[in-house]
Design a binder for this molecule. Structure first.
Ligand SMILES: Nc1ncnc2c1ncn2[C@@H]1O[C@H](COP(=O)(O)OP(=O)(O)OP(=O)(O)O)[C@@H](O)[C@H]1O
Ligand SMILES: [Mg+2]
Length: 244
């Protein structure tokens, strides 16, 4: 059997707050295969952003393990040093944050060339060309030289998606990437994601509160109060016993 590309073993995350310990994720187990477009839906506060921050190693877990298997290398994310983790993430995983997190003093195109220049996979002229192509993909290239503050939230979101794709990562994790987009743009982004999965073999893990999006994923799981719900088996419906 193939090794999953992303594997969570008994992952828990507890936040310490003034009011005491708050368990935001409880013993989450998850296996994601390469080429899946996995959706995780849950209400506000269910732990969706926390889950993504455990997968990409942006935040520390309280217990458990996250394994990511790309390029023939299986990495235990939370055992990497901070420097190694940042390098690893830059090459392996594109991240679309819920709050975009564009750098305000850089133009839109510079926000995309920066991670490429940091990773050093592309020459400077190539990185500008590639950034323009990515901006075209999310249909915002005419604003390439503007600062983030001069475009709308939805447009910033599209730039954040383009930036996540900058280093052509195997895995994309996206936190409500269509939450601030109008339905036409959101549809377009879904098409882009679906094509990345179907044609380029990417793996996408996306979290959203919008239950209406369930059918757009190749698999969809539900998170309730930090608990990842077991998958409903298609054949688990009780068969009606017929009395003779
Ligand atoms: N840094 C933190 N310190 C303390 N509690 C936190 C912290 N971050 C999140 N929480 C709490 O953990 C729970 C899960 O938060 P999380 O942000 O993961 O939810 P979410 O599903 O992403 O919600 P939303 O849909 O509103 O973005 C919430 O109750 C939240 O208040
Ligand atoms: Mg969130």
């Amino acid at each position: 059997m193939n090794t999953p590309i992303v594997e969570l073993n008994n992952v828990s995350k507890t936040y310490s707050t003034a009011a005491g310990e708050f368990p935001a994720l409880k013993n989450v187990n998850l296996s994601v295969n390469a080429g899946e477009f996995l959706g995780v839906v849950g209400k506000s506060g269910a732990g969706k952003s926390t889950l993504l921050n455990m997968i990409n190693g942006v935040d520390e877990l309280s217990s458990g393990e996250v394994l990511v298997n790309t390029g023939g290398q299986r990495v235990s994310v939370h055992h990497l040093t901070e420097d190694d983790k940042a390098l690893w993430r830059g090459k392996t995983m594109g991240v679309v944050y819920q709050s975009f997190q564009l750098l305000p003093m850089l133009t839109l195109i510079e926000n995309i060339t920066l991670p490429m220049d940091l990773a050093g996979n592309f020459k400077p002229r190539e990185s500008r060309q590639r950034a323009l192509e990515l901006l075209r993909l999310v249909e915002i290239e005419e604003h390439a030289d503007k600062l983030p503050a001069f475009v709308s939230g939805g447009q910033q979101q599209r730039v954040a998606i383009a930036r996540a794709l900058a280093n052509d990562p195997d895995i994309l994790v996206a936190d409500e990437p269509t939450g601030s987009l109008d339905s036409v743009t959101a549809d377009h982004i879904f098409d882009v994601f679906s094509r990345l999965v179907a044609e380029r073999g990417k793996t996408i893990i996306m979290v959203t509160h919008d239950m209406g999006l369930k059918s757009r994923f190749t698999r969809c799981l539900t998170l309730v109060d930090g608990d990842l719900q077991p998958e409903a088996q298609a054949d688990a419906k009780p068969k009606r016993s017929r009395k003779k």
